[in-house]
Ligand binder design. Sequence first.
Ligand SMILES: [Zn+2]
Ligand SMILES: [Zn+2]
Length: 277
Amino acid sequence: MALMYFILFALFSFSVAQRGCEPGRTQCPTSPPYDPVNITADSTYRYITTAGCPPYPNPHWTNPATACTSIEQKFTFPLVAKIAPTPIPVGEPYGRYDGILYLKEDPLPIMGPLGVLTSGVKVFGVGSSCGYSSKCPSEGAPTKYVDAVESEGHTVDQCGGHAAPTNDYHVHSSIGINTTEGQAKCVVPTDTPGQHSPLIGWIFDGYGLYGQYSEGGVRPTDLDSCGGHTHEINGTNVYHYHIPNSYPWSIGCFKGCPLVDNNRREFPALLAKYGCQ
Ligand SMILES: [Zn+2]
Ligand SMILES: [Zn+2]
């Protein structure tokens, strides 16, 4: 009998290993305890260490292809942002084709991470490559990039998140977390009616990302093209972003220079092009 249990256990272990997690990655927890998120700071930088797994139950982890996200990642944010010589675009709309919003190929849309929520979940840019999107035709498309939320939106969970082909769990937008119920479920600081939304994360240039409401609990009407504005919060005048409920879904551009180590695939060329070095 003991031998039979051993064989069953061995078969089970083998099937988990067969899911093919890359070295160093393990499957995200499907129930508590979830991986811890550590937010620390020294005199110059804020650091977020996260396994990249969401701190809530997630349907994606039942899919072996997207189960292996858990790997420690450390992101760094300047406490004092360096203002970019010109705001750095994260993508620009080209126009609609077949009901989907296409993005220009220049400026190249950001498709990887541009910030992190306080929950440890990464925020990805507005772009999706046609190669990854089932809604983007292989022929006849006007550009190679589409709005990630419109083209990938059917794949997201209750918190607006999903796993990229590299298994990196992320959100693109406030979808799923733009109601107090969603915020509570998705471990995002909750809005209080009549008040400025709380801080929900940071963008890699160091500026804070807040929920959708400004002072008085109403949507801001004075945001710049990056999706931010400056006013007093807790006694200090600070520039900060508000997450919108429509395109560009997170920020419209980086007001400051994002730290290159946070997205080595996309930032080096971008920072050089926009004079942020
Ligand atoms: Zn995505
Ligand atoms: Zn504000």
